[in-house]
Design a protein around this ligand. Structure first.
Ligand code: NAP
Length: 250
């Protein structure tokens, strides 16, 4: 059944995930685009990738929910074949707020969407990739954030802390599965032009902060996608437990 490599990109319908899905498709991967609620951009991107002559499916699944993650991976098993690259990318943030105004519900929502989701998807990928259970190996790339280092004071410490957890997940899991044919790497984008900033209540946040970025501008989604692709490809075959900052020098 399997004649090409299969990549699952969580949150692959928009922003950084969509650019990553397009790049992997151009490189010959069969693609699974995952999304949470917005089917229109997911269907449009799926058609664009199919038009390239590449296998592609869109799967709705909330990756913070265990049953949805199990369904996402079993759908890929059936329709595309065994996953060889997982890009843990789906993420969210809440309106800018100081910690003193954060509720437990808000904090927990950020943590399950940004942290539990990466754990669950990594678990399902490792089950299928591990050479210790008959798999052929693979690569996981986690999308963290420069916020893991800055802490995002006055904006969203909860989001920043969730990304700090992703750096730690990358470290622990990369060492846990290094002998099982699986590499685990991480990118830390910062201030990329996407819709996510509108969810934080400030659509033009990147433009506001351009003057403090050493390179003098925000980043493009394609610039992050290229780094994700490199960390997943054989070009980086000696790289695991690696963290690539894509934040214009911040
Ligand atoms: P975006 O444009 O807001 O797109 C988010 C994507 O994630 C959408 O496809 C969305 O699906 C999906 N998603 C969100 N929660 C999900 C869930 N629980 N289950 C499944 N899919 C889910 O985001 P982005 O800016 O590209 O960010 C992508 C990643 O990069 C995130 O992890 C983010 O934290 C990280 N990042 C972004 C920046 C930046 O400046 N933009 C900087 C550093 C790190 P729907 O369309 O259905 O909502």
């Amino acid at each position: 059944m399997q004649n090409k490599k299969v990549a699952i990109i969580t949150g692959g319908s928009r922003g950084i995930g969509a650019a990553t899905a397009k790049l992997f498709a151009k490189k010959g991967y069969a693609i699974c685009i995952n999304y949470k609620t917005q089917s229109t951009p997911a269907q449009k991107l799926t058609q664009d990738i199919l038009d390239l002559g590449t296998a592609c499916i869109a799967v709705q699944a909330d990756v913070s929910i265990e049953e949805d993650v199990n369904r996402l991976f079993s759908t890929v098993d059936k329709e595309l074949g065994t996953v060889s690259v997982l890009v843990n990318n789906a993420g969210m943030l809440k309106p800018q707020s100081k910690l003193v105004d954060m509720t437990a519900d808000r904090i927990n929502e950020v943590l399950i969407n940004n942290v539990t989701s990466y754990f669950l998807c990594s678990r399902e990928a490792v089950k299928r990739m591990s050479t210790s259970t008959g798999g052929s190996g693979g690569v996981i790339v986690n999308v963290s954030s420069g916020a893991a280092k800055s802490g995002s004071p006055n904006e969203y410490i909860d989001y920043a802390a969730s990304k700090g957890a992703i750096d730690t997940l990358t470290r622990g899991l990369s060492l846990e599965v290094a002998s099982e044919g699986i590499r685990v790497n991480c990118v830390r984008p910062g201030l990329i032009y996407t819709d996510m900033h509108a969810d934080g209540g400030e659509p033009n946040r990147v433009q506001r902060l351009e003057s403090i970025i050493p390179l003098g501008r925000g980043g493009q989604v394609t610039e992050v996608a290229e780094a994700i692709y490199w960390l997943a490809s054989e070009k980086s075959s000696f790289s695991t437990n690696n963290y690539l900052d894509l934040a214009g020098g911040l």
